[in-house]
Every structure is written in C-alpha cells, then in structure tokens.
Design a protein around this ligand. Sequence first.
Ligand SMILES: [Zn+2]
Length: 115
Amino acid sequence: MEKTYKILRKAFDRDDELIESGLSLQDAQAHCSNPETSSRTCTSDWGHLLTEKIGAWFDAYEEDCFVEPKCQEGKHEPDFTSISHDVNMSNVIDINCKHCGLSGSVSINSKDILW
Ligand SMILES: [Zn+2]
C-alpha cells in the first residue's frame, strides 16, 4: 500500500487542525511549500484574518496513519458543532468526525431543500 500524507495546520497553543488527508507526498509537499500556507509568508486576506484569529500558524504534513484507533470499522461520526462552509464550493458543507477529526463533506442539492 502506498503511503499517503495528511496536512495539519499548526498554531501555538492550539490543537492541530486536520486540513486534508490521503495526499501523495508530492501533493503534500506542494501544499506546504505554497507561501499561502504559513502566517509568515501568506499575502491573502484570508491568511491575515486567520493570523488575527489564531496567531502564528503554518501547515505541515505528516504520514497518514491507517490505524484510526478512535473510529472502529471505519465508522466516523459527525461532530455537528464543527460544521463549516467549504471555502471553495458554495453548496458544500464541511463537517469533522468527532473521534478522529477527519474532515468530511456534504453537498446540498436544491432538490433536498425543504422550503
Ligand atoms: Zn473518525
């Protein structure tokens, strides 16, 4: 099995936030070498806002571990307090697993909305 890598957002005095997982080494390195993934080098409004909110931060990659001790039989459970709006897609909601923090997503279909 080929190794995959996860991206963690690290900030002082704050738990690591899982940004993405299942990446190839190449993709993980590309993510972390992007100047927008560190408070020291980012230039975007978004990056500056994040720095205001959480202080100095940077993204780092680590090997994914395939043993997810807190999620038996691969059953993640949603942490409904973690819901956030996907920054890239306006109809997608991100939600984290309450055990392992893995980020999942659900897309909202206009048919699914009860008016
Ligand atoms: Zn999980």
